[in-house]
Design a protein around this ligand. Structure first.
Ligand code: CDP
Ligand code: CDP
Length: 221
C-alpha cells in the first residue's frame, strides 16, 4: 500500500480549493478538511451572539466556549453539523475581521493541529503550508485571476438563487483578498517550497487532474 502524506492547499477565495481538494481526497482516499468552515462557523456564532468584533478579549472568550469537533471526517460545532448559513453574504463579509484577530488564529491553528495528528489529510485554507502544517510533505498554492474567481463565485450565487451583481462579487472578493493578504498573522502567502498552480484557464476536472499529477509526482521523486 502507498504511504500516506499530508497535503496543504492554500489560495485565495474561489480558486477552487474546496471543490478540487474534495475530489482529490476521494480519488486518493484521504481525509479532506476545509478550515474555512471553522472561521465561518465561529463568525456565524459571534454574529448570532452579538459579540463585538472589536473586542479581541470577548471574541477569544467566546471561542474558548465554542466547541469544534472532527467526527467521522466532518466538523461538529457545539455538537451541530454546519448549515448553509455559514456561506451567507453577512458571514462572508465578516469572516475576515474575525480571521484577522491573532488570538483567534492561535486557537484555531492549535485545534487544526490537534485533529491532524496522523498522515492522510488534505487540509485547505490560507495559512496551512505557512503556519498550520509547515511539515506537510506536499504544499500547493492554488490560484486564479480575480476575474476568473469572481465569475465562478457569481455563478455559484446565481445557481443558489442569490440575487447579486457580478461587479459586487468582484468588489467583495477584492476586499477579502486584501484583508487575507495584509493581516498581521497567518496572512495568505506562497511559501518557498509550494507548487503553484494557476487554474484561471482550467475547469474543475482539469484542476483535479493537475493536482493528482502533483500528488503522484511527489512519490516519483
Ligand atoms: O470559500 P472561500 O474561499 O470563499 O472562503 P473560505 O475558505 O471558506 O474562508 C473564509 C475566510 O476564512 C477567508 O476569507 C479567511 O479570512 C478565513 N480563513 C483563514 O483566515 N484561514 C484559513 N485557514 C481558512 C480561512
Ligand atoms: O474553496 P474555494 O473558495 O477556493 O473555491 P471553490 O468553492 O472550490 O470553487 C468555487 C467555484 O468555482 C465552485 O463552483 C467550483 O466548482 C468552481 N471551479 C471552477 O469552475 N473551475 C475551477 N477550475 C475550479 C473551481
Amino acid at each position: 500500500m502507498i504511504k500516506k502524506i499530508n497535503i496543504a492547499i492554500d489560495g485565495p477565495a474561489a480558486s477552487g480549493k474546496s471543490a478540487a481538494a474534495a475530489l482529490l481526497a476521494k480519488k486518493v482516499d484521504y481525509n479532506y478538511m476545509d478550515t474555512g468552515i471553522m472561521y465561518r462557523s465561529f463568525t456565524e456564532y459571534c454574529l448570532k451572539k452579538q459579540i463585538p468584533f472589536d473586542s479581541e478579549d470577548l471574541v477569544t472568550q467566546a471561542l474558548e466556549l465554542f466547541e469544534m469537533k472532527w467526527v467521522n471526517g466532518h466538523f461538529l460545532f457545539n455538537g451541530q453539523p454546519v448549515t448553509d448559513e455559514i456561506y451567507s453574504a453577512n458571514v462572508t463579509k465578516n469572516v475576515p475581521k474575525i480571521a484577522a484577530l491573532p488570538e483567534v488564529r492561535k486557537i484555531i491553528v492549535k485545534r487544526i493541529q490537534d485533529i491532524v495528528k496522523t498522515q492522510g489529510f488534505i487540509v485547505v485554507g490560507r495559512d496551512i503550508a505557512s503556519v498550520v502544517l509547515p511539515d506537510a510533505q506536499l504544499k500547493i498554492f492554488l490560484t486564479s485571476s480575480l476575474h476568473a474567481r469572481s465569475i465562478r463565485r457569481y455563478k455559484q450565487y446565481i445557481k443558489e438563487g442569490i440575487n447579486i451583481k457580478q461587479e459586487q462579487v468582484y468588489e467583495d472578493m477584492l476586499l477579502r483578498d486584501n484583508t487575507d493578504k495584509n493581516r498581521s498573522t497567518g496572512r495568505l502567502i506562497i511559501v518557498e517550497d509550494a507548487k503553484v498552480l494557476d487554474n484561471s484557464d482550467y475547469d474543475l476536472q482539469v484542476t483535479v487532474a493537475k493536482l493528482t499529477s502533483l500528488y503522484h509526482n511527489y512519490f516519483s521523486h
